[in-house]
Design a protein around this ligand. Sequence first.
Ligand code: GDP
Ligand code: MG
Length: 596
Amino acid sequence: TDPAQIRNFCIIAHIDHGKSTLADRMLQITGVVSDRDMRAQYLDRMDIERERGITIKSQAVRMPWEVDGTGYALNMIDTPGHVDFSYEVSRSLAACEGAILLVDAAQGIEAQTLANLYLAMENDLEIIPVLNKIDLPAADPDKYARELADLIGGSPDDVLKVSGKTGVGVEELLDRVVGRVPAPVGRADAPARAMIFDSVYDSYRGVVTYVRMVDGKLNPRERIQMMSTGSTHELLEIGVSSPEPKPSKGLAVGEVGYLITGVKDVRLSKVGDTVTTHRQAATEPLPGYTDPKPMVFSGLYPIDGSDYPILREALDKLKLSDAALNYEPETSVALGFGFRCGFLGLLHLEIITERLSREFGLDLIATAPSVTYEVATDDGRSVTVTNPSEFPSGKIRAVSEPVVRVGILTPKDYVGTVMELCQSRRGNLMGMEYLGEDRVELRYSMPLGEIVFDFFDHLKSRTQGYASLDYEPMGEQEADLVKVDILLQGEQVDAFSAIVHRDKAYSYGVLMTERLKNLIPRQQFEVPIQAAIGSRIIARESIRAIRKDVLAKCYGGDISRKRKLLEKQKEGKKRMKMVGRVEVPQEAFIAALSGE
Ligand code: GDP
Ligand code: MG
């Protein structure tokens, strides 16, 4: 296809503002999916995506569209909308010349609308503002058209009004994409350069790599080369998705398509990398490749210890399709054998644990999420700590923690309570702006460690669900952080160690010692539970001694109940963990960690 007749665009939106539904309608209106084959959220392939209504992996689809007798190829690139995947979002944006900024006409602009808009502007994309869901009775398109026009400049009349559900306005929108989004430009006779914006593992076909051609051409059966590593692969298939994969005679300047080489591991085909040909390799890669960096860490342990090999296998499998997932074996006194896993963010963690339970039937406990700390010790070493139990025990010179730039959008009535929450999480107010009459954008810098611990839940409950949140990394800062250990009869229980700000050490200690006191059954001797910073005890509780005689509770009588109780006790025995002389059912640890 002549680049002049190609338009590459994406849809950016806050979650639930209707991106997938609009994409469905476009597929239908352009005829690439027949009405008969249409099913909701056609492009969201993973079950978990469909159920939660979120897009995890982006996909690209080619759609034909005619304007004034000229045929165009529209490549729609579906970006993941969530901040955890912002690296993937920004790679997808780099593959486009334009973006549809989609906003729910009953909700208005939200935090991810802004975060994605900023990313699109950084990539110099042509922005097409669109209000969606105008069929809703609660929609207020005029009000939000003004809001959008204020935000990106231009007149409220330029804001298109559509309904992805009914299809109203979608044809005009496609016309506008052709009219406004610039055609791709590139050098047709230069050595081939294609940017990988997505890489998906398919159990039948191996890794499917989605690329945007920038310069030159890629031909079928050619030997390709990855520029970040120099590794070469035979092209088994090259084609375009429309939306089912269709082999083609190659990909030329401006085109978007897929490559299949038979590799089985997405790490060999990394998002952001540049593909060239082995025969005539380009010398300069396209800008922008960085390795995805895990930000949030958690220990994952099978509740049934014999599931450990299954967990290992499952993680190996998921890693094939998720280059950002990191893990290594770890053992814990309280929880047994498991893995320390690194994630891009909290949603990523949640998705992985959910997939482990859903696709592999695993029952898991996750330790409290932690971030990466850099600890400078007095003897001049610098230690990277992703697990609190690895915190150096000697004298500490300084500890630094990751900081993020947080954007929160909230109705103005909740500004007070949101600010209070942010302050309690060591936030620094950086800016505050009104968006329209009743919504406020608050910008904070805040330690990531304060966000990974239930911040979002608190934000939602304080604002009745109305506030939205987004954050992005902004570096590191030194802080007065200490490690709090929890001791059972003087023995440290590793899974409960936490790195917290000194001001919060006491309340963490009290919380955990109280929880454990209520959960650990009485023993034949008294068991002290202490919280300590180094050798200094900051909180204590104790479990009084008791002679365990459960059967006494049964008052004779019901024999079958007695038997059941005995069996249950026996079952419980299997999961008993010994901490020093103290016998603790694993359930107690699990309950204490999950705050039940
Ligand atoms: P995404 O998260 O941006 O991909 O949003 P979805 O496309 O999954 O839509 C979120 C919810 O909004 C779903 O329940 C859709 O059925 C609904 N929805 C999407 N577009 C429209 C629309 O134009 N009108 C109405 N009434 N509902 C819509
Ligand atoms: Mg979606």
